[in-house]
Design a protein around this ligand. Structure first.
Ligand code: SAM
Length: 242
């Protein structure tokens, strides 16, 4: 495993053990999810989630479907998807930070969700068979992948023909300075590894149609007085070709 991945795991492991500021952890999910979605979710799970969009709301999930959530963290989107696919459906949550995964498994036990299964894996190597899922979603995870094309190739392999992709992520409007690309904190907090909309289109152009994105929010980071970086939280949807 490369050094950046180890640094990212160490930081998310520490977030599980020590938490983040209560203001940050409460405000993000509350401004993203609907009240109805959050109504039956444990407060502790909401506090331990770090979403940048609401892929479940856009995924149009149907009873009986199999869903994969990449970089699922504590599992909030998996638990939101679980009743929508029902007892004949299945939800896989994939996560590579051990502490996050253990936390997700604990919430699964507590919420008694029999159709949710967590996988300890890297999203660059998805441990599922070819053409085995109808929907792949991810919430603020793929910007953290070191090899994004490899992640897209893996998604394409596991998605069934006509399967759907629903990715909430952070994209950049300009190029990321090298110093930020090499900074593990900037990667962990979803900036160092963010790529442009054009890069997303390139990665998806070969195997997907109907590729769309809609913006939820703009962000600006002032590096110094002369350098302001612009980011967007977007949700990208696409359908896999045959
Ligand atoms: C910003 S958090 C989002 C978590 C979750 N989707 C949510 O909305 O709360 C990013 C997560 O991605 C995980 N992650 C980062 N790189 C990964 C990789 N290569 N494979 C699997 N998980 C990864 C981290 O451990 C972390 O839990």
């Amino acid at each position: 495993m490369n050094q950046m991945k180890k640094e990212i795991q160490a930081r998310y492991g520490s977030v599980v053990r020590h938490g983040v500021s209560s203001q940050l952890s409460r405000s993000i999910p509350a401004e993203i999810y609907t009240n109805e979605q959050l109504r039956n979710m444990p407060e502790e799970l909401i506090k331990k989630s770090f979403p940048c969009g609401n892929p479940v709301l856009e995924a149009n999930l149907k009873l009986g479907e199999t869903v994969l959530d990449l970089a699922c963290g504590a599992g909030l989107d998996c638990f939101l998807a679980s009743p929508l696919v029902g007892e004949r459906g299945w939800v896989y949550g994939l996560e590579f930070t051990k502490e996050m995964l253990e936390q997700a498994i604990g919430f699964r036990r507590r919420m008694k969700r029999k159709n949710v299964q967590f996988l300890h894996a890297d999203m660059e190597q998805i441990p599922l068979a070819k053409s085995s899922v109808e929907v792949v979603m991810s919430n603020c995870g793929i910007n953290l992948a070191c090899d994004k094309q490899q992640v897209i190739d893996e998604i394409t392999r596991v998605l069934k023909p006509q399967g759907r992709l629903v990715i909430a992520d952070i994209i950049t409007q300009g190029s990321i300075p090298d110093v930020m690309k090499q900074d593990p904190d900037a990667w962990t907090w979803c900036m160092g590894g963010a790529c442009s909309w054009d890069s997303w289109l390139d990665m998806l152009s070969e195997n997907y149609f109907d590729v769309k994105a809609f913006k939820r929010k703009d962000y600006q980071v002032e590096l110094d007085k002369n350098q302001i970086l612009k980011f967007e939280a977007v949700t990208i949807t696409a359908t896999r070709g045959d």
